[in-house]
Design a protein. Sequence first.
Length: 153
Amino acid sequence: MKGFNFYNLARSTLRVLFRYVWKLQIIGIENIPANGPLIIVANHSSLLDGLVMVAAFNFRLTFFSAAYLFDVLGVGFVLKKIKAIPVSTYRKTVSSRRTVKDALDVLKNNGILMIFPEGGLYKTDEIVNIKSGASFFSVKAKSTGITCCYNWN
């Protein structure tokens, strides 16, 4: 289908779910620029976090996702369609260099990169071992970083 945009379809569907079913409230979104280069950094406490971010913002976000999820039936299809960037859990591999290149390309093209700096999912209210990726990409691409926070209460 020419002109079909999977990301926009996913965002519209998720908005209905999060805004009307789960009563998602967004405060301060008007303060976030709609184009980049920009890095949005947020806490990560649920498998739904990325989906909430897609529903919340009016612009395209590019996410990192664990590389193994790209091999999970259905999940991998969606991640590829929304152009998520696979992240290897192993350091200094060819795939990690590719991850860095892909992320910098997003920022170079005035895109918006969504980063969960804890590098994984943690079920705690405490900040857990934040990784340096967000600051690395911000410095490398000379981009702005914006921190956002949300909770499920």
